[in-house]
Design a binder for this molecule. Sequence first.
Ligand SMILES: [Zn+2]
Length: 60
Amino acid sequence: MTRKDCCSICSKETEQGIYLLRVYICTSCEKEMIETSADDPKYQFYVNQMSKAHRSMIPS
Ligand SMILES: [Zn+2]
């Protein structure tokens, strides 16, 4: 049985992902994130999604 997790950026369910700061992201989002420069507005979007996901998983 393979466990699928939901990507915190694009909400896609995939086994092909990694945990980044304990937030699950798929490999395509990981790749995009790496290729996006920090002054790109898209980068801020990734950061926002990451911190939102990170916050929501912390109990109480
Ligand atoms: Zn993704």
